[in-house]
Design a binder for this molecule. Structure first.
Ligand SMILES: [Zn+2]
Length: 128
């Protein structure tokens, strides 16, 4: 899976590798309570993953986009707010695509209508 779902990220404590929790490989380990351990595909360390906060990811991609560390370190909350606003605009644009499809499909537009609701609800859940 190349696309990262920002709601379920994990990061390797040894090498910094970031991946969705559901995509991290595991290996058999009879000494582990559930018989499985996570294995980092980059550095091969076992049980090295912890939850990765989206805020850190936003700062990381802000730096990758060219913002200097002096800016990202000084204004992390403003960068997060900017990212939230951009995400909200994009969410609403996606929901409107679904609204239009639901209108086109008439009686059969139920699923597109449900997608629009699910997309808009994502914005409400992110405020928790
Ligand atoms: Zn690693």
């Amino acid at each position: 899976m190349n696309e990262i779902d920002d709601s379920n990220l994990a990061q390797c404590e040894f090498c910094g590798y970031i991946e969705d929790w559901d995509e991290i490989p595991t290996a058999n380990d009879p000494w582990c309570s559930d018989g499985r351990v996570t294995v980092c595909p980059e550095c091969n360390n076992g049980e090295s993953f912890k939850d990765y906060e989206v805020k850190n990811y936003i700062i990381k991609i802000a730096k990758e986009s060219g913002l200097w560390p002096s800016v990202t370190d000084t204004f992390p909350n403003e960068i997060q707010l900017f990212a939230d606003l951009v995400a909200a605009i994009e969410r609403e644009a996606c929901a409107r695509v679904c609204d239009l499809q639901a209108e086109k499909d008439g009686f059969e537009g139920y699923y597109a209508h449900c997608c629009a609701i699910a997309i808009r609800t994502r914005g409400l859940n992110e405020k928790d």
